[in-house]
Design a protein around this ligand. Structure first.
Ligand code: UT7
Length: 360
């Protein structure tokens, strides 16, 4: 028994931005970007909202729009979703949640919704949390049935995890160190509790303090003077009135160091919890932050680089959606089939990191 992925979808914005175009905005070149990152193009949401992207990815995961992947034939009814979890850094609104906005758009009338802020680990935190909730609910439902009483908690059988990101809204387009890296998009999976299938085999999540602010974005809710401030205190007032930085900031090399060690550590932990060897995994589906980080992890795991899915060349880093997009492309391209084992790994701001192994 376990939480099985029964549908997968993605959505990328229409506008493709090349490295040469970025070279017209900041002092950079295709020759610098490609060997250092593996990125050739990224899709930028000039017109699409997070709701547009998330809903399209969700409808594809449900089999209600072309281009998705379903485990079995036939579309999945949005009304059968019990919950929507949306890992995102860039919701369209502070509230309602991005998940609630997607709910409304796709007609998931029975779903309870919330967003999750865990940066680029959203793929792992989202699916792992959904798995935990499905397992807990299955136990609750079973206990209720045995005792002849109703379940004590919301019964959860199907959860949509949909990461929708518009990093373009957090990027400082004058900062060449970050603006070349990120893209927009959404990735989604429908997870269902099944008594007759494995699904999720293991998960591992961790947090490390980012004491040096190596990966940081000040809140959209900037500090501002409140009527309760001591207005006579000039220093306090000046500090409160200072403009806050709306853009993401990154100490590239420090994050690179964290990313390489975290990725390998998390993969090893997820393998060990599932009692798998690296060879048992058909395809590793890592967060797409830098192709060099992915190559490093493959080398450390003693795996050929072809066993690691790479989509960063045309997506850039789409934060929590990256690996869900990469997973969808692997399923659609039939690099993964039912019965295969896949392993997703993520790391990012927080500092968060994690990995999960699952049987398709
Ligand atoms: O999901 C979030 C997690 N984020 C990551 O995982 C990112 C991890 N970090 C990285 O991927 C890499 O550190 C970067 C790709 C961001 C940067 O590569 P790097 O090899 O670490 O470059 P660097 O920061 O050490 O910079 C080397 C040089 C510097 O010039 P000087 O000081 O040597 O003259 C930079 O100013 O490259 C310069 N540089 C650029 N030059 C052209 C930095 N960005 C650019 C650019 N184009 N876009």
């Amino acid at each position: 028994m376990g939480s099985v992925i029964i549908g997968s979808g993605k959505s990328l914005p229409a506008r493709i931005v090349t490295n040469d175009e970025l070279g017209q905005i900041v002092d950079t070149t295709d020759e610098w970007i490609v060997p250092r990152t593996g990125i050739h193009t990224r899709a930028i949401a000039v017109h699409e909202t997070g709701t547009d992207l998330g809903a399209e990815a969700a409808l594809r995961a449900l089999g209600q729009a072309e281009g998705g992947w379903q485990r079995e034939e036939g579309a999945i009814d949005a009304a059968s979703l019990d919950m929507i979890i949306c890992p995102t850094l860039t919701p369209d609104a502070a509230f309602p949640s991005q998940a609630a906005l997607i709910r409304e758009r796709i007609g998931a009338v029975n779903a309870v919704c919330y967003d999750m802020s865990c940066a680029c680990s959203g793929c792992v935190y989202g699916t792992s949390t959904a798995d935990m909730l499905l397992a807990a609910s299955a136990a609750d439902i079973a206990a209720a049935k045995a005792a002849g009483r109703p379940p004590r908690r919301n019964p959860l059988r199907r959860i949509l995890v949909v990461a929708a990101e518009r990093l373009s809204r957090l990027v400082d387009w004058d900062d060449r160190a970050t603006c070349i890296l990120f893209g927009d998009g959404a990735g989604a999976v429908v997870m269902e509790w099944r008594e007759d299938a494995d699904g999720m085999l293991s998960s591992y999540m961790e947090n490390t303090d980012d004491a040096d602010h190596v990966l940081w974005c000040d809140s959209a809710f900037c500090d501002r003077p409140l009527p309760f401030d001591a207005v006579s205190d000039e220093a306090a007032r000046a500090a409160a009135e200072a403009p806050c930085d709306p853009y993401m900031r990154m100490a590239g090399q420090a994050v690179f160091k964290f990313a390489t060690s975290a990725m390998v550590r998390c993969i090893e932990e997820a393998l060990s919890r599932a009692q798998l060897s690296p060879e048992d995994v058909t395809l590793y589906v890592p967060h797409q932050a830098n192709e060099r980080i992915i190559r490093y992890a493959a080398k450390k795991m003693g795996m050929p680089s072809e066993r690691f899915q790479v989509t960063i060349d045309h997506t850039g880093n789409v934060s929590g959606a990256s690996a869900l997009i990469a997973l969808n492309e692997a399923l659609v391209e039939e690099k993964l089939a039912v019965g295969d084992i896949a392993l997703m790994a993520g790391f990012g701001g927080g500092l968060t990191a994690g990995a999960c192994a699952f049987r398709i």
